[in-house]
Design a protein around this ligand. Structure first.
Ligand code: XIL
Length: 339
């Protein structure tokens, strides 16, 4: 914590280093202690998603999302929002029978407004849209083609016999214009995705979508962010230099970069892999620390037995007894070196 304070002083802006929390998760006493000593930033693992926050249409339920926000402030930590739009973890009334125009004109604006307004202006950043770029994209695709390639609701709808792709990005624009209207003036508005960060077609797509949001939804770059989820493995990750180059491209536009969901799974338990994991963790952290436009860094799940990947992936900073792993010491060392 005190190191994070020094890092913030050197960066000239708060450096937010955190993890996930929900009030119903296991190991609550571990969370209280680690979020008041080691982390200074909190995101709800599930509590702010659409199924939690709008279980019946038009009626917000921000109970868990706000409880996580209160947990953050009780522990002197800041809070980020995840997320207002995702094809997954939707309430049971979605997507069934909702037309494209109802979605764009009513459903999305209402949900984004009630969530973002309801959570207040201190939220540091919101993942306004999550995972909207396809995995089969290639270089040179337009923003629309990148999103059409996702092929899940609402980019693809099906009437049983045929499928229809979205013909424009109005659902994305609706989310962002509403977010800009109701978010605090310092809240960053992010597009968030996985398998991104390097010099690859999916990252090019994310940048194309960002440019489209700027040009066609009128969101200034200084309010926009790209979240790089970074669910990676010790044998599949992006190099520090490639990450830095991507962050620099965003800095040039005036946009923010953030690491939003880092975990690094191991192919098998071994101290060699744990050391490799630590080195990769340090490189991702350095890429963010030394970038002028990166100040939020989230580690997805605070310890191995709480990980969505399962305990055996060993993908987090703390082991299943809550003890710091080599990667946690490495993170501490990199923070100290920067500070
Ligand atoms: C995961 C949570 O960790 C799990 O608890 C839940 O069952 C499924 O979602 N990308 C995201 C996150 O944006 O919201 C996901 O979180 C992990 C992948």
């Amino acid at each position: 914590r005190s190191t994070l304070q020094s890092v913030s002083t050197r960066k000239g802006q708060p450096f937010m280093f955190g993890s996930t929390y929900d009030t119903y998760e296991s190991n609550q006493s571990f969370s209280s202690s680690v979020f008041s000593t080691f982390f200074n930033h909190v995101v709800a693992e599930n509590g702010c998603k659409w199924d939690a926050t709008e279980p019946s249409r038009g009626t917000p339920d921000l109970g868990e999302c706000q409880a996580v926000q209160s947990f953050a402030s009780k522990n002197g930590a800041s809070f980020r929002g995840h997320n207002t739009f995702w094809h997954s973890q939707t309430p049971s009334w979605l997507p069934g029978g909702i037309s494209a125009s109802d979605l764009v004109n009513n459903v999305i604006p209402q949900h984004v407004q009630q969530t973002i307004q309801g959570m207040g202006s201190s939220v540091t950043s919101w993942d306004v849209v999550n995972e909207i770029v396809g995995d089969g994209v290639s270089n040179g695709m337009s923003a629309l083609q990148c999103v059409q390639n996702k092929k899940v609701w609402p980019t693809q709808t099906s009437d049983g016999s045929s499928t229809t792709l979205v013909t424009d990005l109005s659902f994305v624009h609706a989310a962002f214009t509403t977010a800009l209207k109701y978010a605090g003036s310092n809240t960053r508005l992010a597009i968030n995705d996985y398998n991104t960060g390097g010099n690859d077609a999916k990252t090019a797509c994310v940048l194309a979508v960002l440019a489209d949001i700027n040009a066609n939804a009128g969101i200034p770059y200084n309010r926009l962010a790209v979240g790089f989820q970074s669910h990676i493995s010790a044998t599949g990750f992006t190099s520090k230099s490639a990450l830095s180059a991507t962050f620099a491209k965003l800095a040039q536009l005036g946009a923010t970069a953030m690491i939003t969901e880092l975990d690094i799974s191991l192919p098998s338990a071994s101290s060699g892999y744990e050391r490799l994991q630590a080195a990769i963790w340090g490189d991702y952290l350095d890429a963010c620390l030394y970038a002028s436009n990166c100040n939020e860094f989230i580690n997805w799940d605070p310890r191995d037995d709480m990980s969505w990947l399962g305990t055996s992936a060993a993908g987090t900073l703390f082991d299943s007894s809550g003890n710091p792993k080599i990667a946690a010491y490495e993170v501490q060392a990199r923070l100290q070196r920067f500070a």
